[in-house]
Design a protein around this ligand. Sequence first.
Ligand code: BG6
Length: 484
Amino acid sequence: PETGSLTVVVLGASGDLAKKKTFPALFHLYRQGFLPPDEVHIFGYARTKISDNELRNRLRGYLVSEKGASPQQLEDVEKFLQLIKYVSGSYDSEDGFRQLDKEISAHEYLKNSVEGLSRRLFYLALPPSVYPSVCRMIKTCCMNKSDLGGWTRVVVEKPFGRDLQSAEELSTEIGKLFEEPQIYRIDHYLGKELVQNLLVLRFANRFFLPLWNRDNIDNVQIVFREDFGTEGRGGYFDQYGIIRDIMQNHLLQVLCLVAMEKPVSLKPEHIRDEKVKVLESVLPIRDDEVILGQYEGYKDDPTVPDNSNTPTFATVILRIHNERWEGVPFILKAGKALNSRKAEIRVQFKDVPGDIFKCQTQGRNEFVIRLQPSEAIYMKLTVKQPGLEMSAVQSELDLSYGQRYQGVIIPEAYERLILDTIRGDQQHFVRRDELKASWKIFTPLLHRIDDGEFNPILYKPGSRGPAEADELLKQAGYVQTHGY
Ligand code: BG6
């Protein structure tokens, strides 16, 4: 492993993302020994003028819950907070960044009294409008300068633009300053345990190899449901809507892993090449295969305009035009303020030909991967009802992580992904051409929604969403099965 000083700079240090996700992830990595205190220094950077201690005080409560924390955890929190310094400055002038560079260099000088590299990671927990100027400032003022080598990397979060054109403009701007291997575009769904498991499940199991195609699979659902609305984020959300917030990125990335061909190897480039091929094979979305919804009360949020037609729910069918998937609907569904919180992939197989049990069971085989909550992989299958009668029922082969892997702590998505950025592994990050192909799929629909040509159907908060979406599912061939 590399040694030498490692600097992590969190830009937008007092924002929501930094407090709730980035710093807690860094803390967990620190606790597990991945951020050795003799190498690591962490900087928060933002516009607000506050002291190191003020930033530490703001972060403390997000690192552990004070109630349940053990004395050891509390001690670790204090040690971790001491690694954090704060620099204030604007996002588009050099003063703050020069100051930041001075402090990073001073720290590198101290830590590198033992020979080593200079590694600089810049995490942009910021809105995309400032990415270009921040990247320019980093490039002008803060690059790694050590003769001993090392690297400078930037991590950016979604939304990467609003549509194909703006995303491409953003990519071009950043691309003038950094090479692709220096840019880490995070989609935190790629850091989830069961999303990472998809490659293993699909390509390391003989069971699935011959079945994973249009001859056997009837339809695939990729579903994201939340049982809360946009509380507190209405202003942000309204500019984007559910398609840009969840579907164009998280669900589409999952679709790629479900549908792609086997990569030549596990090298990041091989995997991403296959994902791009899937995205480029998606046909234009048909109007009659889209249902949009907005929950009642969404516009009561004072930060949401009264005439907003932003969808908080969408069901969209994607069709992949290739040998494996022609004719199989991939049903993407995402919604806020629904009746449950769940993210899952549901692969439904076709009916058994010449089925002799039809009168007793209507179940189809299904393979379900539940990403959250309570990670699980299960198969719905038909078995004989135990007892004297010869009847068939649906049952499950169930791999529930809580039972099977008791005591195993599943890392947070951000934790894993930040560790990857430090290790230089881009396997679970979105490449520029992937991003472009993703935007290409949704941009025509998004423009029509923005122009008011496609309006959402109202649904009750706490419901399943618009009934029309269930209807669309049925039309697409999905058959509700018994059991789970
Ligand atoms: C974020 C979205 O990317 O993902 C949020 O902006 C959403 O709207 C969140 O709530 C869901 O993430 P998770 O990991 O809780 O499924």
